[in-house]
Design a binder for this molecule. Structure first.
Ligand code: NAD
Length: 296
């Protein structure tokens, strides 16, 4: 594999693109309009600072990474010589299917397609790819450079060669790879983590406690430096809204639905989209939960 295409220049798409380019791949990032691409380009440049701070990446490595990254709004041009397409468009089944139907028409037969979906199953999208045997899920975690896990999950029709090639690719960009043996919404990580975040959101939506009290309780009691609302901010409000709206439906849980609705009306509608844009539940770049006083 040489040429990697990332579809979607949002929170995760930019991180996957940067990580792959840092490891020497030629990466093309595709998104739907020029304004979004401009924002994506700025995010990529900003990611360099995190790699410098957290991973001791040198200015030379960061410059070389940015040189290997190309942005485009032309899907046909992006995919013309793609070995691997990693789709990281919004967590809405219809959006993903529409994207795959377009990509299937312009991608060469050799291109492997992988979805970074957090909660959907590859079998729900396989037909739209026109290459079910060359399609699977490759799921990354937010802050990919530090939380470098990659879950690889096929559907019943995924070829073993595809599974092996994608696992090898993920390893080559510094990921710890884990095979998931059968389809499971949420893979391993989100099967563990989402019920926990959902429990926090339900306490908040039901006015049992404020979000800071919920985060603080968890952190003090368990010694963890991670808490539910922090995670929602880092993942971004749009993703949280999409994900918890569909989980509310799946679990028929009115409190989860209420939490998703409050995320929309109190945050998204006011332009507060989470850590990446400066404010969600907390204000960034110096959120309160990083201060020792938060736990006192
Ligand atoms: P995001 O909203 O930050 O970014 C989505 C991007 O996709 C936007 O730039 C949007 O313009 C673009 N887009 C929309 N329609 C498109 C199309 N048809 N073609 C190309 N681009 C299109 O979302 P995100 O948080 O990066 O999530 C993307 C995917 O990654 C989702 O499936 C999500 O479940 C998954 N994921 C997210 C996280 C997280 O913590 N945010 C973690 C792991 C996986």
């Amino acid at each position: 594999m040489r040429n990697i295409v990332i579809a979607g220049s949002g929170v995760l798409g930019t991180q996957i693109a940067f990580q792959a380019a840092l490891h020497g791949y030629d990466v093309t990032v595709y998104d739907i309009d020029n304004d979004v691409l401009e924002r994506g380009r700025a995010t990529l440049i900003g990611l360099g600072e995190y790699y410098a701070k957290d991973m001791a990446a040198t200015p030379g490595q960061i410059d070389a990474t940015l040189e290997r990254l190309t942005m485009t709004g032309n899907l046909g041009a992006a995919l013309a010589n793609a070995d691997l397409l990693i789709e990281s468009v919004p967590e809405i089944l219809a959006t993903k299917i529409a994207f795959y139907e377009k990509a299937a028409k312009v991608a060469p037969a050799k291109t492997i397609f992988a979805t970074n979906s957090s909660t959907l199953l590859p079998s729900q999208m396989a037909d739209a790819t026109g290459r079910a045997d060359k399609f699977l899920a490759l799921h990354f975690a937010n802050e990919i450079w530090k939380r470098n896990i990659a879950e690889v999950m096929g559907h019943a029709g995924t070829a073993q060669a595809t599974f092996d090639a994608v696992t090898a690719f993920a390893g080559s960009i510094g990921m710890v790879t884990v095979p998931v043996h059968k389809e499971r919404p949420g893979y391993i990580i989100n099967s563990l983590m989402l019920p926990w975040v959902m429990a926090g959101l339900k306490l908040w939506a039901d006015d049992v406690a404020g979000f800071k009290s919920i985060d603080k309780s968890w952190m003090v009691a368990t010694g963890s430096n991670f808490a539910p609302f922090m995670l929602v901010d880092i993942g971004g409000m749009n993703t949280a809204y999409n994900m918890f709206s569909s989980l509310a439906e799946a679990y028929n849980d009115p409190l989860v639905a209420k939490a998703a609705q409050r995320i929309k009306t109190e945050f998204i509608d006011n332009g507060l989209l989470g850590a990446a844009t400066g404010e969600g539940f907390y204000k960034y770049p110096n959120p309160e939960y990083l201060s020792p006083a938060f736990l006192s």
